[in-house]
Design a protein around this ligand. Structure first.
Ligand code: 5GP
Length: 236
């Protein structure tokens, strides 16, 4: 596989074309950002742990009926993925109330939902990724009704599969964000699943082991990602 041109550079990952038109190379960098890019820092080793973490989760999802764009890890901080045409929306599922939900609605932190809660956000840093609903997606042509239905169904399936995985490791999957993209055959889970885009709490202590450590200046960010990886049984 030959790494060719830079296709896009996000806040924590870069995408490169390859000698295969249908495949992209996803490079995980140490760059870490929060608050729509307003807080930034390079954390040594984060690219590598996130590449491994993502590979482990994507493979687990694939084994449990969730098709993804992930193909294989090709270096400590690079993976091959299927080329997708990404939808400009983020799908968030919440099992426990925290973060922007509590700020937006003034509800108490820590409420456990009987059924998981689903939200769409528009991917737009300049606007601060605003909350949107199904009608916005249809009205502005960001996706079809069929795609909305698929994203909800698939994101809830991901929740079921991953809540079990995390629970068995004595961890709580509090909430997470996923993104989807189009292929000629329909939507596939794209982007990444790492502690950069989800909240994970230790079941015994309630300690945050995810990017909230960076957002809240708690320190030991990469070390916490490694603790989660170890508890989930990853070889790191
Ligand atoms: P909240 O809406 O509470 O800020 O975030 C809900 C969940 O989605 C959290 O797990 C958070 O990490 C994730 N999330 C929301 N927006 C983004 C984003 O733009 N990038 C990343 N990496 N994760 C996000």
């Amino acid at each position: 596989m030959i790494k060719k041109d830079l296709v896009s550079k996000g806040k924590a990952k870069s995408l490169y074309s390859t000698d295969d038109d249908g495949l992209l190379l996803m490079e995980y960098r140490d760059d870490t950002s929060a608050f729509d890019g307003k807080k930034k820092e390079a954390l040594k080793g984060k690219g590598e742990i996130n590449n491994k973490f993502n590979g482990f989760i994507m493979k687990h999802l694939q084994q449990n009926g969730v098709e993804t764009h992930f193909v294989e890890e090709i270096s400590p901080n690079e993976s091959l993925v299927t080329r997708l045409d990404m939808l400009p929306v983020e799908c968030v599922v919440r099992n426990i109330a925290t973060g922007s939900l509590c700020r937006r609605l003034g509800v108490e932190e820590g409420i456990k939902f009987k059924d998981p809660l689903f939200e769409f956000f528009l991917k737009d840093d300049d606007l601060g990724d605003p909350l949107i609903n199904d009608n916005h997606i249809i009205a502005f042509g960001w996706g079809t009704q069929e795609e909305i239905d698929f994203m909800k169904k698939q994101t809830f399936l991901i929740n079921k599969v991953l809540c079990t995985l995390f629970d068995e490791a004595n961890l709580i999957l509090v909430d997470y964000k996923v993104e989807y993209g189009r292929t000629s055959e329909g939507l596939l889970l794209g982007d990444e699943f790492t502690p950069d885009g989800c909240r994970i709490w230790d079941k015994d202590t309630g300690e945050s082991l995810d990017k909230d450590r960076f957002r809240k200046d708690l320190g030991d960010v990469v070390e916490s990602y490694q603790i989660v990886a170890h508890k989930l049984g990853m070889e790191i």
